[in-house]
Design a binder for this molecule. Structure first.
Ligand SMILES: Cc1cc2nc3c(=O)[nH]c(=O)nc-3n(C[C@H](O)[C@H](O)[C@H](O)COP(=O)(O)OP(=O)(O)OC[C@H]3O[C@@H](n4cnc5c(N)ncnc54)[C@H](O)[C@@H]3O)c2cc1C
Ligand SMILES: *[C@@H]1O[C@H](CO)[C@@H](O)[C@H](O)[C@H]1NC(C)=O
Ligand SMILES: *[C@@H]1O[C@H](CO)[C@@H](O)[C@H](O)[C@H]1NC(C)=O
Length: 497
């Protein structure tokens, strides 16, 4: 309890920009942990603030605001044993810490830390493939782009990110892929995990060993239950895809929205997958030239011939059509190579969940559209993505390992992702008021009852775990594996406060 209060106070303090500090931050625990690790690990594994590696780890966040924090040092474990040693030194010193895979979670202190130890998993990039069982494995470092490239040489792939630059933390939050309508979320393909527990012990989590730990790590959000150091997964066949983007003027929003809804409801071919994105940039409209807003559809078919499955989209007049045959590595670089890197900025996500039988998803669109028009100048980019969760996806999810930590209710429904990218270097008060206004807009449209919010698209204050029917079970498992609340109190991320 007390620890909880302390955490809130510490987070409130830490959220202030550095120049606003009137009391000096406590740098001693972080420095003590770093000194211990410099002595107890190979010297190459711990990097101090003036090194290039440290600078690169600190810079490499999709939400650029995370780069303003200064870790006491960065540790690059090369094994589960190193992770265990690091955690024990951190715990012994009473230091704050963060676990970082590819740094794409936009929430503050989820994979960033100020005056504490940053555990950067980037050196752990081993992968294996067994052609007899079709099982593969990957360690948590690197990006899904690297993982796809590795499995591509065997004509295989894994269920993972739709953009190459995103990291493996995605799978711990579920992981929505273009392949999900066929195979479920990324976490549904887990067959075994190696986990370093908050007490430093290295254990296996699988359907037969530590089954509860295996359960929470399939969509329960990661970093509350220990550190996953190896993922063993069912790989999937990968060949030629038929995929591309269609771009429309925003005036066609209703027609495209209807096509997205029809696709989500009626499409019966699980090899077909879509994302509908509505995008607005900072400039005002120039008369009839609506260059500040557009609709970009992502259409992906697992196979060289999509038949007529995308006809409802191609028949709407469009500005651009890039549909054609592509390899999987090309598919995850749409619309342009390095899409993830280009979009780095002062970014935050929010999420909603809606059914398809009422008009609430249209109400959500209208609220977002109005906010963007009323608040020109407050963002560089804002987008609203419609992500279908078809019935085939929830069926595929529930047929593996008894279903994931969400215990997904039967589709179809939509997860809506709201992105807000604010201008850089805003004064804190201005930044906060824009964020609050955007949050209120998203909160003004109620979510569907009984459906889970998607962890990977959620803002920290949305408490997505509370929307899971399994919440109390997850809470019990967290308490079992982290009885001292070491992770809950000393690192950010989803918690059970
Ligand atoms: C451009 C972009 C595209 C995206 N596309 C998709 C998509 O297609 N599908 C989808 O589902 N989501 C998508 N997301 C959301 C994404 O899944 C989340 O942001 C996710 O948290 C990113 O994982 P990461 O490894 O890159 O980030 P990180 O910020 O490094 O990690 C995310 C969280 O997981 C924890 N974590 C990471 N690795 C471990 C580990 N091994 N053990 C314990 N905890 C760990 C971290 O501490 C952190 O709290 C996208 C995000 C962005 C920015
Ligand atoms: C590092 O910390 C651990 C855990 O507190 C402790 O057992 C160990 O003796 C420390 N090592 C050094 C070199 O300080
Ligand atoms: C296309 O839309 C029509 C309704 O206009 C619907 O009947 C059909 O099932 C849709 N097809 C797909 C694949 O979305």
């Amino acid at each position: 309890m007390l620890a909880g209060v302390f955490k809130v106070a510490a987070l409130a303090l830490a959220a202030l920009p550095v120049d606003a500090f009137t009391v000096s931050r406590d740098t001693a625990p972080g420095n003590a942990a770093c000194a211990n690790l410099t002595a107890s690990l190979e010297s190459s594994t711990v990097k101090q603030p003036l090194s290039l590696a440290y600078a690169s780890s600190r810079h490499d966040y999709w939400n650029a605001i995370q780069s303003s924090y200064t870790p006491s040092c960065v540790v690059y474990p090369e094994s589960a044993k190193d992770v265990s040693t690091a955690l024990m030194a951190i715990k012994g010193a009473g230091s704050r810490f963060a676990i970082k895979a590819a740094g794409h979670n936009p929430n503050t202190f989820f994979s960033s830390v100020d005056e504490g130890v940053l555990i950067d998993l980037n050196e752990m990039t081993e992968k294996t493939y067994d052609a007899f069982t079709n099982l593969g494995s990957y360690q948590p470092g690197g990006t899904f782009g690297d993982i796809y490239n590795y499995f591509d040489q065997y004509g295989r792939t894994v269920v993972g990110a739709r953009l190459a630059g995103v990291g493996t933390g995605l799978a711990l939050g579920g992981g929505l892929s273009y392949l999900s309508p066929q195979y479920g979320l990324a976490c549904d393909s887990f067959r075994e995990l190696e986990v370093v527990l908050p007490n430093g012990e290295i254990v296996t989590a699988s359907p037969t060993e530590n089954e509860d730990l295996f359960f929470v790590n399939r969509g329960g959000g990661g970093n509350a239950y220990g550190v996953v150091t190896k993922y063993t997964i069912q790989t999937r066949p990968s060949g030629t895809f038929y995929a591309g983007n269609l771009i429309y003027v925003l005036d066609l929003k209703d027609k495209v929205l209807e096509a997205i809804r029809d696709f989500t409801r009626y499409n019966t071919d699980p090899k077909a997958s879509i994302i509908g994105t509505y995008e607005k940039i900072l400039t005002p409209s120039l008369g009839d030239l609506d260059l500040d807003q557009a609709i970009i559809m992502f259409l992906v078919y697992d196979g060289p011939d999509a038949g007529n499955v995308f006809d409802n989209f191609t028949s709407i007049p469009h500005l651009l059509n890039t549909l054609g045959k592509k390899s999987y590595p090309e598919v995850v670089n749409m619309p342009t190579p390095l899409s993830t890197e280009i979009s780095r900025g002062d970014n935050i996500f929010r999420v909603q969940v809606h059914g398809i039988d009422d008009d609430s998803y249209k109400t959500a669109f209208d609220a977002w559209d109005k906010w963007c028009e009323d608040n020109k100048g407050d963002y560089i980019l804002s987008s609203l993505d419609f992500q279908p969760v078809p019935k085939s996806l929830t069926d595929a999810s529930n047929s593996q390992n008894g279903g994931n930590a969400m215990q997904m209710p039967s589709g179809p429904w939509f997860w809506l992702n709201f992105l807000l990218s604010t201008p850089p270097l805003l004064p804190k008060a201005r930044y906060d008021s824009i964020q609050a206004s955007f949050r209120d807009m998203v909160n003004s449209v109620p979510n569907a009852e009984g459906l889970p919010l998607f962890i990977n698209d959620a803002a920290a204050d949305q408490d997505p775990l509370k929307t899971f029917s399994t919440y109390s079970r997850l809470q019990e498992i967290q308490a079992k594996y982290d009885p001292d609340d070491f992770f809950a109190d000393y690192t950010g991320g989803w918690s059970f406060g």
